[in-house]
Ligand binder design. Sequence first.
Ligand code: ATP
Ligand code: MG
Ligand code: ZN
Ligand code: ZN
Length: 632
Amino acid sequence: MLDFFERLEKHRKEEKQLAWEGNFRDYLELVAKNPHIAQLSHARVYDMIKNAGIEENEGTKNYNFFSDEIFGLDKTLQRLIEEYFHSAAKRLDVRKRILLLMGPVSGGKSTIVTLLKRGLEKYSRTDEGAVYAIRDCPMHEDPLHLIPTELREGFQEEYGVYIEGNLCPSCRLTLEAKYQGRIEDVPVKRIAFSEEERVGIGTFTPSDPKSQDIADLTGSIDFSTISEFGSESDPRAYRFDGELNKANRGLMEFQEMLKCDEKFLWNLLSLSQEGNFKAGRFALISADEMIIAHTNESEYKAFISNKKNEALQSRIIIMPVPYNLKVSEEVKIYNKLINQGDLNNIHLAPHALRTASMFSILSRLKESKKQGMDLVKKMKLYDGEDVEGFKQKDLMELQAEAIDEGMSGVDPRYIINRLSSALITQDTVCINALDVLRSLKDGLDQHPSITQEEKERLLNFVSLARKEYDEIAKKEVQKAFVYSYEESAKTLFNNYLDNVEAFCNCVKVTDPITEDEIDPDERLMRSIEEQIGVSENAKKTFREEILIRISAFARKGRTFDYNCHERLREAIEKKLFVDLKDIVKITTSTKTPDEEQLKRINGVVERLVNEHGYCSTCANELLKYTGSLLNR
Ligand SMILES: Nc1ncnc2c1ncn2[C@@H]1O[C@H](COP(=O)(O)OP(=O)(O)OP(=O)(O)O)[C@@H](O)[C@H]1O
Ligand SMILES: [Mg+2]
Ligand SMILES: [Zn+2]
Ligand SMILES: [Zn+2]
């Protein structure tokens, strides 16, 4: 972090650069040095995203531009950027179509567009993203528009830049009246995009279709000056202040596009199609801007089911923006929303958000037809966890089975609202997973527009999430009971491996204490294997497979530890817990603990607080709860 005065200095330098002004001749010098500054809007948007950096991760690209704010939409963003932004930047045909983001409520559509808008504002202030415009143009248009059509081909060859579009009526008039057609004298300045100042960034929101005026988009006749200039076709009597005018060179967001009247849509389409639109009594006006619209699925469905809209449809590129389907990414969304709101001074017990997130994700998933697959397994698999019978490589098939998955379900806002409401009714300093589930459930009861069937489906997800949480809670407590959990697991694991090795090689093991040669400890091995259902008949293969894995690891110079084998780890964990179960059960559920038990409980609470993110309130609640679970 720079200190304040360094930042001030930097800011001053930036402002000075931003204040660049010259004439068209000076501008051409800049273009000759750096043709980049003359690029069209779509290419500028793409460059901005690319410049922020791209990280490749197992075939999916992660775009740093979005990664602080958008979670779990990697595939969606990749498709958006490659299929639309990148192709449009290369001036392929897609840029002539309007981009329509389509997805469920609160799925991040507006956030994506807002990031692009704020991003462009910043980018236009940097060297790489610099934009220049004819100084007095109401649409801050591209200075290259000054070049007469006849000279363009030669210019393009010489400078290596592509020119698109024609001078606006206002500039045309000024060029003749003020500069006698000498384009080299026309003033040019650097501009910075700013939605607030209506430069290069615009937003259009439909109002009542009946009263909505097309002028909001294309500008309007200025009735106060019309008598002065005598004619409606005099550009001085026209205000180029529609959203399409103002967003020229940059980006216009079209909110809720399909709520608009048809005539609006047609106007918009001719803009994107031909790069120009009709305003007032003028010839077509050129505009170079990316138009991003968004809509929800039901409006989209109504729109495409209407035959009348066919022509419109073919001029739109639909980009689905489904909900995130990864539990751990959903947690990040909640954390982001919580930090933005006023919830951030209460304690959220560990796993509270995760539990809520499991509920949301379950509600968004589609049942699979695959044998042995259920929603909970699917949820885990999607989040990168291998489950019984399925591995990450099966993901593709599962996804192919449910193409429009994520287009419905519980939205992130609902969860945040329920968290707030839990907070208010509870009047406490800490919310745990059970409080969250309770509040989600109450919310369903109060929900006005939900069918009985849907309600039951969702209630079922509440109980599935609860079951998952129960497992997590038990594990957490049991872990906290072991003074050093990792250490114990490691010891048990090594002990098991020594025995397996001796068993497979038909040799004896050395007793660590007496140093006697003894037979491998069959009881120990079985007590671990039984935890994950390895039968007597299968035990030999299981053990041999483990030895093979160990030598494979050794060949690569890696050490095989208990985290390297998913099933073996599970077995070790379970075995440790079984050994502990009685002691945990008794300690957590006695009403009158003796001194020894009390010491133990305090130790566990302390570990939960110091090492696992609990406060003393939720740590004690957790102990009580798991006590009751273990006694069932
Ligand atoms: N995948 C996501 N990553 C990060 N934040 C998200 C994600 N999905 C939703 N959000 C957050 O949820 C909130 C609602 O999202 P947003 O307003 O962008 O949704 P929307 O798709 O425009 O919804 P609507 O159709 O209701 O206008 C925002 O605060 C947004 O940051
Ligand atoms: Mg929105
Ligand atoms: Zn102009
Ligand atoms: Zn707490």
